[in-house]
Design a protein around this ligand. Structure first.
Ligand code: SAM
Length: 463
C-alpha cells in the first residue's frame, strides 16, 4: 500500500469502484458522502480530483508510459493515477510525489505537457488532451480545427456550479440573500435571467432555500434553452423528452402557474424524480405521461396538436456535458455508429412532432452535444421533410445584443461550447409551423426549404 494523503487515498479507492462497478460517478460520490461525514471543502476536493483522474485517463496513461518502467502502466492502481494526475496539474511537486513512490520519473511526468504540445498529429493530441475515443477525437478535429485542442482540454476541466432561481417561489435577490444567510457565496451570471454561480465549496442541498424549492442546480445553457421556449400566457407547452425535469421546471417558472405544462418521457424513474422535484418547486400546472418511444396515446396526440410550444430536448451523445459525467468516456463511441443511431432518433422525434404541430405553434429542438451530425444536420433533414416549418432566429426571441453572447454570427441557433462559454456545450433551434391555406401555398413553401428564417405570420410577440 502506498502512503497517500487521506483525500488522495479516498479518491484512489473511489476510482477503483468507478472503473469496476456499473454505478455512475455521481451515484458513487453521493453514496460515499452519505456514509462519511466530510466538510464541504473536503467533498469538493474529492469530487474534483476523482473527476480529473477519470477525465484524464489517456493523458495519465501517456504520461506514465514515458516515465514508468515499461509494461507496468496497465497494472497500475488508482493510487498511482491519483498521484500522476496531481503532478500533471501542478498540485503536487515531483519531489513530494517521489516521497510516496520512487520508481516513477516524476520530473518527466511534470514535463509531459510540453512533450504533448509537440505531438504533430492533431488527432493524437486531441485524443490524449481530452482522453477521448478516437472516433470522437476525429469528429472534434474535423469540426473545430485549430480550436480542437482547447475544446478537448476544456472537456477534462471543472464545470461551473450554477443554479437557477425558481421565480415561482422567490425573486433572484431573495434567493441570494437566503443563501448568504446560510454562508453560501453566489454571483449573478451574464447569460440566463435567473442564474447564479456558486462560488467556493458548499452544501447547497442542506440550505433552507433548497429545502423550500427556491432553486435547482442547472447549467446556464440548459436554462437558456428553457428560456427559448418562451411560453405564451396561459398556453399549452409540451416537454417531449422531459427526463428528470431540469428544463420542465424552468419552463414552469416562466409560465407563472398559468396554462398547462405536459411532461413526456420513456423513463419511469426519471419521471418519478421529476414529480418529486416539481412538488418541491411548487409547480401545479404539470401533467406527466410516461410514453412509448414509437407511439403516443390518443391523449398525448391531442395535447401535441393543441400545444403552443413543444420542446424536444433530444437524447444525444452528451459531449457538451462530458465534464459533469467524466466516466461516460468509456461508454461513448464504444460503437462507431452510435452517432448515426442517435441522429435517427432525433430526426424521428422532430419529424413526428413537426407533422402534428398546429399552425403558428413552435418546436424547440435542443441537444447537449457539439457535433454537427446531431445538431445542424438534424435540422437540415427535418426542414427538408417538413417544408411548412420556418426557423425562428434566436436573436428574434432574445434580441440581437443578448443573443450574440451565445449564438452563431447570424443569430440563428443557440450554440455554446465549454472552451468559449462559462457553461456546457448546447445547441438549440426554434421552428414555427406555417399556416398553409391551399395547395399553391404548399408549393410556394417547398421552394423555401431550409432558407426561410423570417416568420410567415408576422412579427414576434403578436401570436
Ligand atoms: C437529454 S435527456 C432530457 C433531459 C431533460 N430535458 C432535462 O432538462 O433534465 C433526453 C431524455 O429523452 C428521453 N427519451 C429517449 N427517447 C425518447 C423518446 N423516443 N421519446 C421521449 N423521450 C425519450 C430519455 O429518457 C431522456 O430522459
Amino acid at each position: 500500500m502506498l502512503d497517500l494523503d487521506p483525500a488522495d487515498a479516498i479518491v484512489a479507492a473511489l476510482w477503483r469502484e468507478a472503473t469496476t462497478s456499473r454505478a455512475s460517478v455521481t451515484q458513487l460520490l453521493r453514496g460515499y458522502f452519505r456514509q462519511v461525514e466530510l466538510k464541504p471543502r473536503q467533498q469538493k476536493r474529492i469530487k474534483q480530483l476523482l473527476h480529473r483522474v477519470l477525465a484524464s485517463r489517456a493523458r495519465i496513461d501517456a504520461a506514465l508510459e514515458d516515465a514508468a518502467p515499461a509494461g507496468i502502466v496497465e497494472s497500475l492502481e488508482g493510487a498511482v493515477r491519483v498521484l500522476t494526475s496531481r503532478v500533471l496539474d501542478g498540485g503536487l511537486s515531483p519531489a513530494e510525489a517521489k516521497r510516496t513512490l520512487t520508481w516513477i520519473d516524476w520530473e518527466r511526468v511534470a514535463n509531459f505537457e510540453s512533450r504533448l504540445a509537440r505531438i504533430d498529429d492533431p488527432l493524437r493530441r486531441v485524443e490524449i488532451l481530452g482522453s477521448l475515443p478516437r472516433p470522437l477525437a476525429r469528429r472534434i478535429v474535423e469540426r473545430f480545427g485549430n480550436e480542437a485542442d482547447a475544446l478537448a482540454t476544456a472537456l477534462t476541466g471543472d464545470a461551473p456550479r450554477t443554479i437557477r432561481v425558481n421565480t415561482l417561489q422567490c425573486s433572484v435577490e431573495a434567493c441570494m440573500a437566503s443563501l448568504e444567510r446560510d454562508g453560501i457565496k453566489v454571483r449573478r451570471t451574464e447569460m440566463a435571467m435567473a442564474s447564479l454561480e456558486v462560488l467556493g465549496p458548499s452544501q447547497l442541498f442542506r440550505t433552507w432555500a433548497f429545502r423550500h424549492g427556491w432553486f435547482e442546480l442547472q447549467d446556464e445553457a440548459s436554462q437558456l434553452v428553457a428560456e427559448l421556449v418562451a411560453p405564451p400566457p396561459g398556453g399549452i407547452v409540451v416537454d417531449a423528452c422531459a427526463g428528470a425535469g431540469g428544463k420542465t421546471l424552468a419552463i414552469a417558472a416562466a409560465m407563472t402557474g398559468r396554462g398547462t405544462l405536459v411532461a413526456l418521457d420513456v423513463s419511469a424513474s426519471r419521471l418519478e424524480e421529476l414529480r418529486r422535484r416539481a412538488k418541491r418547486a411548487g409547480v401545479r400546472n404539470l401533467r406527466v405521461f410516461r410514453i412509448r418511444a414509437d407511439a403516443w396515446t390518443d391523449e398525448v396526440e391531442a395535447l401535441l396538436a393543441r400545444a403552443d410550444r413543444v420542446l424536444i430536448d433530444a437524447p444525444c451523445s452528451g459531449i457538451g456535458s462530458l465534464r459533469r459525467n467524466p466516466d461516460m468516456r468509456d461508454r461513448l463511441f464504444a460503437d462507431e455508429r452510435e452517432v448515426e443511431r442517435l441522429q435517427a432518433i432525433q430526426i424521428d422525434l422532430c419529424t413526428r412532432v413537426a407533422s402534428r404541430l398546429a399552425p403558428k405553434a413552435r418546436m424547440i429542438y435542443a441537444t447537449c452535444t457539439v457535433l454537427p451530425d446531431e445538431n445542424q444536420r438534424v435540422v437540415e433533414r427535418v426542414l427538408a421533410t417538413e417544408p411548412t416549418l420556418d426557423v425562428v432566429r434566436v436573436a428574434e426571441i432574445f434580441g440581437s445584443e443578448r443573443a450574440s453572447k451565445f449564438t452563431d454570427a447570424s443569430g440563428t441557433f443557440l450554440e455554446t461550447f465549454p472552451h468559449r462559454h462559462p457553461c456546457d456545450g448546447f445547441f438549440a433551434g426554434v421552428f414555427r409551423k406555417r399556416q398553409v391555406d391551399s395547395a399553391a401555398d404548399v408549393m410556394a413553401t417547398e421552394g423555401s426549404i431550409g432558407g426561410a428564417t423570417e416568420s410567415a405570420d408576422g412579427a414576434e410577440g403578436v401570436e
